[in-house]
Design a protein around this ligand. Structure first.
Ligand code: DGJ
Length: 708
């Protein structure tokens, strides 16, 4: 037994690898044809347990591919008709890959122990390095693939997927994912897979609100609290694809990575190509267990900072493009009175940006709106005790702008086609060195010349006419990858130059939210829909994958612009307090009383912020059928907790059943702030608390704390 490491195990005799986390095992082996065959993923087992699984399978000569169904990383070549992990074109035009295991090692990369398994084509100078890292405490495995051209001629990569996750034999395979649209993002969907493929993807150039790059599969009965769930989330902010494929032999494999649609990468002599990381996990703790593992992983391994997120004010819904120094200073005064910590000026402060038809790309301060520059407002904001933040959208340009008039060729386009305008704007080819330098320069000047703590980086259109002027013809399909890589490089460089600045990712709401951008972004704007009731389902879908701290939520007007729904200030605050709290109303029109009341909610939020932003989140789904949404946040010790509950509409005078809490210590006694008496954790978790919610759109917040 060659026990090479606690987490990675390899047995020479059987040629089987096992990856162990605290509560799971992931096992695959090298078969007699030197292909990697997946064997097992689930509750902890040993290599010996799995040894009998490493053998060929056959059905008929018409179904010879059955043998390859469980390939750990599937090559397109020979008898292989499933979703390939790697598809290439060799210099002589051969499009058949025949690669087998040659060696493996464990080495440190980026400060992390990484298992690297090298597979090599039998004839051509091409290697596929499969990379594995382990996060034992959260039962997660990160996977990626590095494709290496060890020869002297170009090899074209037609599809490089990050990983293929094979699932064990289950009676049913139920896929959970999210779908959405602008202002209706992160809506949960569940469907049982039948034979064939279910493809979740983006072809729009960014992550996209129509789907989000993660998946969960269970046997059909998993709940928030119980059941086995296998899941994965991809760290890529461009065109992506996750294919859940069920074969006629009941094998399910979920393959994911950069979308191969209209995509190619020319791999030159000696070059290598790194696929984005795809993190996968197994839990027996239901969807709640899945989400908490992902959240904690993001806190510890993904996010660029561990600072608490500030209570922010954002000017967008208050003043839209009609931004000026006087109004913003008045807003800042009121925001400060409420206890806001970060004042953010949104769109409209630069160039001739008086509406969405002009000015984008001209990143100089508009002197009519800010006659004394931004410095006056920033000084005022600091004097009021707040930090200052500002909105930018560097990747896009209005045709009516000085930038576009000077550089019409900087945008993606085809010479013979009209340039499609979306929100009256075009998209810059940010991988073009001049464009990248332009963005880095104006951002550097902005951040150097002003005391700015926070950047909201927006992106309000998809990619159309994907042509890159001056880029070689045979490399045009690299655009989708080049855009994302360049974006990451710009953000990384800005974070290096300005380490104190925090970033928010926004793309017309939640269209660029994924584990890739969160390596650079501290938080995100999940939706332009700020209706506090709609937000409950958006936030629920978001929370399946992403931690509450990464989600900015504003309190805005009632009735809301979106649905004209009236909900109380309390309900709006409670809904927005479940992530990173923000205010987005026109405070210049708010009464002193409203400001006072809001100040009280903000004080409450600050008191529970450590629980919301760093605690464990439990979606309490038991009363969903009664129209109740409830979410609980608990500290690591299980001694302090905040519970939010929302009632949609009371009907027929029916009282609500009790709400059972989670994550507490059974034998401790707890007090609920504002209520007389005390309860054991056992009682709170098994019998539950009464919910005095009445009427329509009622809500409450309980602080539940252990007492001696
Ligand atoms: C879309 C964003 O989602 C909004 O919050 C706002 O920043 C506007 N863009 C500004 O144009």
């Amino acid at each position: 037994m060659g026990n090479v490491d606690m987490q990675f195990e390899f047995e020479e005799k059987s040629r089987i690898f096992a990856i162990h986390t605290q509560r799971s095992s992931y096992v695959f082996g090298i078969n007699e044809r030197d292909r990697l065959q997946h064997l097992y993923w689930g509750e902890p087992v040993t290599i010996d347990d799995c040894a009998p699984l490493l053998r060929g399978r056959s059905h008929s000569s018409f179904d010879a591919e059955v043998d390859m169904e469980a390939e750990e990383y599937s090559f397109w070549g020979g008898v292989n008709y499933d979703e390939p992990s790697l598809k290439v074109r060799m210099p002589d035009g051969v499009r058949d890959l025949l690669a087998g295991y040659v060696r493996h090692e464990i080495r440190e990369e980026d400060g992390r122990q990484t298992l690297v398994i090298v597979l090599k084509d039998r004839v051509y100078p091409l290697e596929a390095h499969l990379l594995y890292r382990v996060i034992p405490e959260y039962d997660l495995i990160e996977r990626s693939a590095r494709i290496v051209n060890t020869g002297g001629d170009d090899i074209v990569l037609e599809s490089v997927q990050s990983a293929a996750w094979s699932l064990p034999d289950l009676r049913d395979y139920r896929l959970t994912h999210v779908t959405g649209k602008w202002s209706g993002e992160f809506q949960l969907r569940r469907n049982v897979l039948s034979e064939g493929k279910k493809v979740l993807e983006s072809r729009r150039g960014f992550t996209d609100s129509h789907a989000n790059p993660w998946f969960a599969v269970d046997e059909g009965q998993a709940t928030e609290t119980d059941g086995r769930v296998w899941f994965g989330a991809l760290a890529w902010s461009g065109n992506w694809k996750i294919t859940a494929e069920k074969t006629v032999f009941n094998h399910v494999r979920v393959t994911g990575g950069i979308n191969d649609f209209d995509s190619e990468w020319v791999l030159g002599a000696g070059e290598s190509f790194d696929a984005p990381w795809f993190v996968g996990g197994y839990t027996a703790g239901g969807f709640g267990g899945m989400s908490r593992n992902l959240h904690q992983y993001q806190h510890a391994y993904v996010l660029p900072s561990s600072e608490p997120r500030k209570v922010l004010y954002n000017s967008w819904e208050a003043t839209y493009f009609n931004v000026n120094a006087a109004d913003q200073m008045a807003l800042a005064e009121r925001a400060a009175r409420m206890g806001v910590e970060l004042f953010v000026v949104d769109d409209g402060w630069f160039g001739q940006r008086n509406n969405d038809r002009a000015g984008l790309g001209d990143w100089y301060v508009n002197k009519e709106k800010f006659p004394n520059g931004l410095g006056e407002l920033i000084g005022k904001v600091h004097k009021l005790g707040m930090e200052f933040g500002i909105w930018v959208e560097p990747e896009a340009v209005n045709p009516d702008s000085d930038l576009y008039r000077a550089h019409p060729d900087w945008v993606y386009h085809f010479e013979t086609r009209p340039r499609t305008e979306l929100r009256n704007q075009l998209l810059l080819n940010i991988s073009k060195p001049e464009v990248k330098a332009y963005i880095l320069q104006f951002m550097t000047e902005l951040l150097q010349n002003h005391r700015i703590k926070f950047i909201k980086w927006d992106m309000n259109r998809t990619v159309t006419e994907p042509g890159m002027k001056d880029h070689p013809l045979h490399r045009q399909k690299e655009l989708w990858i080049r855009h994302v890589r360049s974006l990451y490089e710009i953000w990384a460089e800005l974070r290096r130059r300005f380490p104190h600045v925090e970033f928010e990712t926004c793309a017309g709401g939640g269209a660029r939210i994924d584990l890739g951008i969160f390596r650079y972004a501290d938080q995100s704007w999940p939706s332009d829909n700020t209706d506090a009731f709609d937000r409950l389902s958006i936030q629920e879908g978001f929370s399946y994958t992403y931690a509450p701290r990464m989600m900015t939520c504003w309190v805005t007007e009632s009735p809301t612009g979106m649905n004209k729904r009236n909900v109380s200030l309390k309900y709006r605050f409670h809904s927005a307090m479940m992530g990173t709290l923000g205010i987005g109303s026109n405070l210049n029109e708010w009464s002193d009383e409203l400001i006072e009341q809001s100040g009280e909610f903000i004080r409450q939020y600050k008191a529970i912020r450590p629980l919301v932003q760093f605690g464990r989140q439990y979606r309490l789904a038991d009363l969903q059928h009664k129209g109740v949404t409830a979410v609980q946040y608990v500290d690591e010790a299980g001694t302090d907790s905040a519970v939010f509950a929302f009632l949609h509409s009371q009907r027929l005078g029916e009282p609500l059943p009790r709400l059972r809490l989670q994550g507490l210590q059974a034998d401790r006694a707890y007090a609920i702030e504002g209520l007389p008496g005390s309860w054991s954790g056992r009682a709170l978790m098994n019998i539950g608390i009464e919910l005095p919610l009445r009427g329509d759109f009622d809500s409450l917040l309980y602080r539940v704390t252990a007492v001696e």
